[in-house]
Design a protein around this ligand. Structure first.
Ligand code: IMP
Length: 192
């Protein structure tokens, strides 16, 4: 099975390959080539659909995409859908540094990663959303993963997501949960 992926983020494509291949044997993922659509939705759900629809309309082939981010309770759910562009530069180090600054002196460090996974074909549109709960650490640790991984300690773990093996992260993560559920659903649908 071939799926077009509406993302330009190489880390996400690597994670998706590892998550989806066990469920959808013989899967080939192809990155979308057109211009990235404007993510102007106010929810993860809406933005995931925008990206999967754009990949489908450009390629004419079954397409998947995700929209994800981190919601921090003490910041009223910020950065949320703005996670990738929280700091002006949009660089991972600057985003995480800004989040740590905004949490300085705040005791409540509860946070959740959220992922909406979308699948768009000529036959229909499907979106599945999943969450991964944890806390924000005081300082970054670990060199794996991407984004906010170095400051996110999942519930039940003593290390950050950036200190986990990729397989361990994917088993528990918001993206792992959402795309495994989506892959199981895709496997029940007629071949496009
Ligand atoms: P998107 O590409 O528009 O979905 O932006 C997602 C942003 O949320 C990323 O750039 C990261 O900053 C953050 N994010 C989403 N998922 C993860 C994850 O698994 N680990 C760390 N950061 C993440």
């Amino acid at each position: 099975m071939k799926l077009v992926v509406g993302t330009r983020n190489a880390h996400k494509i690597a994670e998706l390959t590892e998550i989806l291949t066990p469920v959808l044997g013989g899967l080939e993922l192809e990155p979308a080539t057109g211009e990235a659509p404007e993510e102007d939705g106010t929810t993860f759900y809406a933005n995931a659909l925008i990206k999967a629809r754009a990949a489908f309309s450009e390629s004419g082939r079954p397409s998947i995409a995700d929209d994800s981010g981190i919601e921090v309770r003490a910041l009223g759910g910020e950065p949320g859908v703005r996670s990738a562009r929280y700091a002006a530069s949009g660089l991972d180090e600057d985003n995480t540094a800004l989040l740590l600054t905004n949490l300085e002196g705040i005791e409540d460090r509860q946070a959740e990663f959220v992922c909406a996974a979308a699948y768009v074909t000529a036959r229909g549109e499907y979106v599945i959303e999943r969450r991964w709960e944890g806390t924000i650490s005081q300082t970054p640790s670990g060199g794996g993963g991407f984004g906010y991984d170095p400051i996110f300690v999942p519930h039940g773990s003593s290390v950050t997501a950036a200190q986990m093996e990729p397989r361990e992260k994917n088993e528990a993560s918001h993206r792992g949960q959402a795309f495994r559920a989506l892959a199981e659903l895709i496997a029940t649908l007629p071949t496009q």
